[in-house]
Design a protein around this ligand. Structure first.
Ligand code: URA
Length: 235
């Protein structure tokens, strides 16, 4: 791979800056400073440094985003800002959100360029747990909660799979933790709607073993740690 392309792929700089950066002597390969941005390097075996720091080649990139309300979980949209618009200063090429949260839903969204992992996580056969914090405009009674846990008729050909619902008691609000193992369209909202309750606030807090980092404000993101990436692979 060409060194300028390598720098761009690793989010060191934009395409327009890459040549200038190499020519300015800030990049070395195996201890030798480069001047020519068209030089080919072997990203698997060469030691490439930028400003003296080793750059590790990462084929796949993984970010945790705390999705804010008001933007869509897509890579592009004609009328609305997308989650990728939040990734300023990052090489966005090939990045996409793993699954969708509604425009008015907040919380954990995985952003990656690893199509195989995304496919695994979203596969209906895998039943990956997704936990949400939910506020509603009506309280569910014990019988509603029992049915909710068994499977709810939300107007699809099949009832929802068994889910977990837990009332959060230390709040004035009607608030719940809900864990579902599917990802049907507007699923949580439709499950509550089946009992005449409207969802007024929805936030995803975990997916498999990956838990939203509560230090991230809505709109913030960070790369996953290697432990977090392993959690996704060994669900
Ligand atoms: N269920 C919903 O209703 N909306 C979401 O965004 C996610 C789950």
């Amino acid at each position: 791979m060409r060194i300028d392309r390598f720098l761009v792929k690793n989010s060191i700089c934009s395409r327009s800056e890459a040549k200038k950066i190499v020519r300015s002597g800030r990049v070395s390969v195996n201890g030798k400073t480069l001047a020519d941005p068209s030089v080919h390097i072997d990203e698997a075996s060469d030691e490439i440094c930028f400003d003296g720091q080793i750059i590790r080649y990462e084929k796949f990139r993984y970010y945790m985003l705390n999705k804010p309300q008001g933007i869509v979980s897509a890579t592009e949209d004609t009328g609305c800002a997308t989650v990728l618009d939040l990734f300023e200063g990052v090489n966005k090429k090939d990045l996409f959100p793993v699954g969708r949260l509604d425009k008015d839903t907040e919380g954990l969204l995985l952003i990656t360029n690893d199509g195989k992992l995304a496919h695994e996580l979203l596969s209906p056969k895998r039943h990956v747990d997704k936990k949400y914090y939910v506020e509603t405009n009506r309280l569910l009674n014990d019988e509603d909660m029992r049915i909710f846990e068994e499977g709810v008729d939300i107007g699809d050909a099949k009832k929802t799979l068994p889910a977990k619902i837990e009332k959060i008691t230390d709040q004035e609000k009607n608030a719940y933790y809900v864990t579902i193992r599917e990802g049907r369209f507007h699923q949580i909202k439709r499950m509550f709607q089946a009992f005449g309750a409207g969802v007024t606030y929805l936030k995803r807090i975990s997916m498999g073993g990956l838990v939203l980092d509560e230090t991230l404000d809505p709109g913030d993101f960070r790369p996953l740690s290697s432990d977090e990436i392993s959690l996704l692979y060994f669900l």
